[in-house]
Structures are given as C-alpha cells and as structure tokens.
Design a binder for this molecule. Structure first.
Ligand code: CA
Length: 250
C-alpha cells in the first residue's frame, strides 16, 4: 500500500504548554499520537518518553520494515508500549516531582492490507472508508464506560465535566493493558489518529466532513482539522496524524 501522511500538533487556545506528541515513520508504516498528563512539565516528559521508545522499537526488527504480518505487528506494538512504560517508571524514580505522570498512546502499523492499532487511554483512531466514518478505538475513559453501560449518551459524554478522566494510561502501572485491534484497509481509505483536543471540540460527522473535503491532501486535512478545533474553542492541545491510502498506480 502506498501511503501519503501528514501530522500536526498545536497547543490550542487555552493551555500554556503542549503535552501532546506525534510520531510518523512512513517507511515502517508506523504512526502514533500520545497525550501526556502531569504537572511540572511531566506531561511533556511522559508523552516524549513513550514516543522515543516507539521510535527505538520501530528501528528494530520488532516493529520495523521486516514485520511480516499482523501478528508480528501486534507483538511489536506491545514491546514498544511496554518499553515506553518502563522508561516513564524509571524517570519517576529519578525525579520525584514527576510522580503521577502518564500518557495515552494510540499507535498504528500498516502491514499488508491491515492496520494494526494499539491504544491506551482516550486518544483515538478513525477510518473513513467510502462515505463511512468509523471509530476504531474505544476510549479508556470514565465517560466512555458510562456510555457502554447505557448510563449516559454519546452526546452527553461529549460535554461531560468528567470527560477528561482516563482509566488506562502509561505510567503508574507495572504492566500496561494495551488494547490491540486489526482492521482491513484498501486504497482510498483515510486513517486518522488524534488526541482528545480534536474530538472534544468536534463531533465525528464534522471530522469526517473535513477529511472528505481534503481528499488526496493530508497536509491541508491536518491544518483544517486543527483550525476547526481552535475555532470551536481550542480548549486542549490538538494533535492529528492523517494517513491516506493511495491506489498503487497513482
Ligand atoms: Ca488532551
């Protein structure tokens, strides 16, 4: 599969610091967004450590261009996220003021005709296939659990005062509970990774409409998504990675 990829991260209009990180390794087909949490700059540290561990794993056989299939990709994703968690725990031992820091991560590897996605926390992956926009990740968040139990609606969750509470993250845990899923992809598909600063400002239909309006141009799609989230208030850091699957002949 030929991929056209772009990413963009923005501090938004309310926060002083950007604690998000993005990662793009097109050759290996590995892409990620991480959203750090914690005071005293610890949020930036946690998301950076997670992405550095992913980068190191992507350069190794575990998750590099050699990865043969979806099963191999899953093992590689787990190794990368475990290593990120280990690095965060180690840093906290050395710097007491970073105690409590953590990060979400959503990481995607394209292998053959599959996208293998691993995620922890509330950073998301979407796929636009034809006209159908599908969320490929379930948020590991308090409001998302309430929606699954039928206690509140998706719409209520979107504006809920407790929507920022994440129930799974890297850091603070000995073993990360990475959720891994596999999805088929085909030419024409658009994959999106984002931090919650995007999807807390825009509903899924709005995100889909922006992706459709910028088909074939991932850079302008990223810019339009960030601009739209900021126009809606930009209450949080906004990070997007857009992956367009091109037909082999184009
Ligand atoms: Ca966030």
């Amino acid at each position: 599969m030929r991929l056209r990829v772009a990413g963009l991260t923005d501090v938004g209009r309310c926060r002083e610091r950007n604690q998000d990180q993005l990662f793009i390794a097109s050759d290996a087909g590995v892409f990620a967004v991480a959203d750090g949490m914690g005071g005293h700059a610890a949020g930036e540290v946690a998301s950076r450590l997670a992405v550095e561990a992913l980068e190191a794993t992507t350069k190794s056989r575990q998750l590099g261009v050699e990865t043969a299939d979806a099963a191999g990709a899953e093992l590689g994703l787990r190794a990368a996220v475990d290593e990120g968690n280990r690095r965060i725990l180690e840093s906290v031992l050395q710097n007491a003021e970073w105690r409590g820091m953590g990060t979400t991560i959503v990481v995607l590897k394209v292998v053959g005709e599959h996208a293998v996605i691993g995620h922890v926390g509330d950073s998301r992956a979407y796929r636009l296939q034809g006209n159908e926009m599908q969320r490929l990740t379930n948020d590991h968040s308090w409001v998302s659990e309430q929606v699954r139990h039928g206690l509140i609606s998706d719409e209520q969750a979107h504006r809920h005062p407790m929507r920022n509470i994440v129930t799974r993250a890297l850091g603070n845990v000995a073993r990360v509970d990475l959720e891994v899923t596999r999805h088929s992809i085909r030419p024409g598909d658009v994959l999106l990774l984002c931090s919650d600063g995007l999807n807390s400002m825009l509903v899924d239909d709005e995100i889909a409409q922006i992706l459709r309006g910028h088909s074939g141009d991932p850079e302008s799609a990223c810019q339009a998504l960030v601009t739209a989230a900021n126009a809606r208030g930009g209450e949080d850091n906004i990070t997007v990675v857009v992956i367009m699957i091109s037909p082999p002949t184009s």
